[in-house]
Ligand binder design. Structure first.
Ligand code: NDP
Length: 342
């Protein structure tokens, strides 16, 4: 039976304006980096997660060319659901994709050249069975390609109607300023920046957030749960069904004694607020007025629901924030820092 969206889906979330653009985004966005790839995933929980998210007002789904594994399979699976169930809701959805990391072999399969970005977007559109994406990102800063060329590629994507808006991901404050100017010169808005950000990965507080505020660019924070580390799942043991057990982007080495100590304390503070730690972590990311959305991943509908319930309590007292600051200290978990060191 074809999916039919919940008729009260827009009564649940407070949508946030993306920078000074006309675009509103949901405070929680669902990303398809993990749990949506492979052959069979979309037949079960993952497909249901897309529907559940949309039923609860999540209008934004975030992808990239190489999400899987294998590369491309998350987009392909998403495309199948687009065709079978979501086609009639296309105008209610914000779908983003990116190119920048390795996608196919040879010199034209990664980084920031026009050759790669344009070819990759064409492939993404085919896989997702879409005529256009809402947002196309330069996935990482390329120190060897002139930024003018990357800006040219992004502008071309918009001018050809293949993307409505463009964004950048994991660019430093300095390179963000330059890219914003280059896009402006080409008559294009830099809509949004997608950096990593969480209670234990706070690099954007140094200067990027201020820059985005000044330039009126939106901000969508990825891995706001530090890939699941901001939950109590790793306190006692490594659960069988978890990102660490999957042997993917989280490393057992990241579960240190100091980390466990922080999590126990943050858990305690979350309990006081009548929230789970993931809920408090999301509310905390969204405390910045310029934060447009927190970009989560989820393995199960239960996790997704838990994350969306963060919206029931977004307020923090000054005292709570001070207490949180005692434990919300960077761990060595920022896998994307190379991109933002320039
Ligand atoms: P999160 O920090 O939200 O981590 C998601 C993981 O956290 C889940 O897989 C799950 O782990 C755990 N989790 C989620 N909800 C709960 C809950 N309520 N209780 C307990 N555990 C929970 O984000 P991701 O790292 O998945 O990244 C989110 C999205 O951001 C990606 O899908 C992608 O779209 C984007 N992204 C962009 C990048 C870029 O370079 N621009 C890089 C990385 C991500 P488990 O599976 O162990 O149960």
């Amino acid at each position: 039976m074809t999916y039919k969206a919940h008729n009260k889906r827009y009564e649940k979330l407070n949508y946030r304006r993306c920078g000074n653009s006309g675009l509103l985004l949901p405070p929680i966005t669902l990303g398809l980096w993990h749990n949506f790839g492979g052959k069979n995933n979309m037949l079960n929980e993952s497909k249901k997660m897309l529907f559940r998210a949309f039923d609860r007002g999540v209008t934004h789904f975030d992808l990239a060319n190489n999400y899987g594994p294998p590369y491309g399979s998350a987009e392909k699976n998403f495309g199948k659901v687009m065709k079978s169930d979501l086609r009639s809701y296309r105008d209610e959805l914000i779908i983003s994709t990116k190119a920048g990391y390795d996608m196919w072999p040879g010199p034209y399969g990664e980084w920031g050249s026009k050759k790669y970005l344009i070819a990759s977007l064409d492939q993404s559109l085919k896989r997702m069975q879409l005529n256009y994406v809402d947002i196309f990102y330069s996935h990482r800063f390329d120190p060897l390609t002139p930024l003018e060329e990357t800006a040219d590629a992004l502008a071309q994507a918009v001018n050809q109607g293949k993307a409505l808006y463009v964004g950048i991901s994991s660019y430093s404050s300095k390179q963000t300023i330059i890219m914003n100017k280059l896009l402006k010169q080409r008559g294009i808005r830099c809509l949004i920046h997608q950096p990593s950000y969480s209670m234990i990965n706070r690099w954007i507080e140094k200067d990027l957030l201020q820059t985005l505020k000044k330039l009126k660019i939106g901000c969508i924070a990825f891995s706001p749960l530090a890939q699941g580390m901001l939950s109590n799942k790793y306190i006692k043991e490594i659960p069988k069904k978890s990102r660490i057990s999957d042997n993917s982007s989280l490393d057992l080495k990241m579960i240190t004694k100091t980390y466990i100590k922080k999590i126990k304390n943050l858990n305690r503070l979350a309990k006081k607020r009548d929230q789970t730690l993931p809920q408090m972590a999301l509310a905390w990311v969204l405390r910045h007025p310029i934060m447009t959305s927190a970009l989560i991943g989820a393995r199960t509908i239960k996790q997704l629901d838990d994350c969306l319930d963060s919206q029931n309590n977004l307020e923090f007292t000054k005292y709570e924030l001070k207490e949180i600051d005692k434990y919300a200290i960077n761990e060595k978990i920022n896998l994307w820092e190379n991109s933002s060191k320039y």
